[in-house]
Design a protein around this ligand. Structure first.
Ligand SMILES: [Ca+2]
Length: 330
């Protein structure tokens, strides 16, 4: 079932806290089957009915009988480039999916064991290896990407964060860099500013929980002094040691033109962290940020054996009932 990843397109899924609007869910048009049908529950198609209701009584969930190696599968009707798969678990039995696997393949008949490595496929399956297992699912969503599309429709989680900085000049408090306004004219009051000429000034946003960070946008000051940001390091991690400035380095900013917004992808891909720091190492530095946007998906409990020995995938657990699977580096 494993196909070699064939694309270098960054792959992301839209996730919005409030509306949960998502990009094209191609599973909805598919045909579903499963290993056995528990007549008390819905037909296989109920897992792709577009209804995320996770209550067993909703009539929108499927369940197999207790059996060895139960599975559920959707035929998408044609091959898609798959960006992400979201599994809507059944309320109250979240742990029942433990050890489960997502399969993607081009062929229905190829039953060699494969895990979520492909980016192209027509058949998407959820497989629960083991004896005496029951597979229940309330929704399986499969998101595809259009060729060449490079968007980051994840939310800016910095807007909900708490900002701090090493020092503050006048009214230019740290939170001005996460006030949702990119206005780059300092006097408009939407930029943060540390004291002039500090040693290694820093700014930090605490996202209040851990996220998988896909990209960061930094808006530089526009009315002057754009070069001050040259050499600033972005640090991401979970530690507040040295105010978070010792967390792993995401990237270093070489230069952002005055008033411009630079999109930054960490040098080693997505990073996990709660704290995002900007620090300018050295003496006589001043840190002004007119906006810092952090695009990310939530990170929860990583059920690492969902995808074991996977080198190309990342798994996040969004909240108690949804699992997000991203295929990246593909
Ligand atoms: Ca701002």
């Amino acid at each position: 079932l494993v196909k070699t990843c064939q694309t270098s397109i960054p792959l992301f899924v839209f996730f919005c806290y409030s509306t949960c609007t998502l990009l094209q869910n191609v599973a909805i048009n598919g045909m579903a089957t499963q290993s056995s049908l528990n007549s008390s529950f819905g037909a296989p198609q109920k897992a792709i009915d577009g209804d995320r209701n996770h209550a067993l009584t909703s009539g929108s969930c499927i369940q197999t009988n207790e059996q060895a190696d139960p599975w559920w599968m959707v035929d998408l009707q044609r091959t898609y480039k798959i960006a992400a798969v979201i599994i809507g678990n059944r309320e109250g039995t979240e742990n029942n999916l433990h050890g489960g696997e997502i399969w993607i393949s081009s062929s229905k008949d190829n039953n060699s064991t494969g895990r979520f490595r492909a980016t192209e496929g027509r058949f998407v399956g959820v497989f629960l290896p083991g004896t005496r297992r029951v597979l229940s699912l309330c929704e399986v969503e499969v998101y595809s990407v259009d060729d060449g599309k490079d968007t980051f429709p994840t939310p800016n989680v910095a807007l909900r964060g708490e900002a701090a900085q090493s020092s503050t000049l006048s009214f230019a408090a740290a939170f001005k860099a996460i006030d949702g306004r990119r206005n780059s004219f300092y006097t408009k009051g939407s930029c943060s500013h540390t004291a002039e000429g500090e040693t290694s000034p820093w700014w930090r946003v605490d996202l209040l929980r851990t996220f998988i960070i896909t990209s960061i946008k930094v808006t530089n000051r526009g009315d002057c002094c754009a070069e001050r940001l040259d050499g600033a390091e972005i640090r991401i991690g979970k530690s507040l040691h040295n105010n978070g400035n010792d967390n792993p380095r995401c990237a270093t900013i070489s230069h952002i033109r005055p008033g411009k917004t630079l999109t930054i992808h960490c040098d080693n891909g997505m990073m996990e962290g709660r704290y995002v720091n900007m620090v300018i190492p050295g003496n006589g530095k001043t840190l002004t940020l007119c906006e810092v946007e952090v695009y990310a998906t939530p990170k929860g409990i990583a059920i690492t054996d969902w995808i074991t020995h996977s080198e190309t995938n990342h798994l996040t657990f969004v909240h108690s009932l949804y699992f997000f699977f991203f295929c990246f580096n593909c």
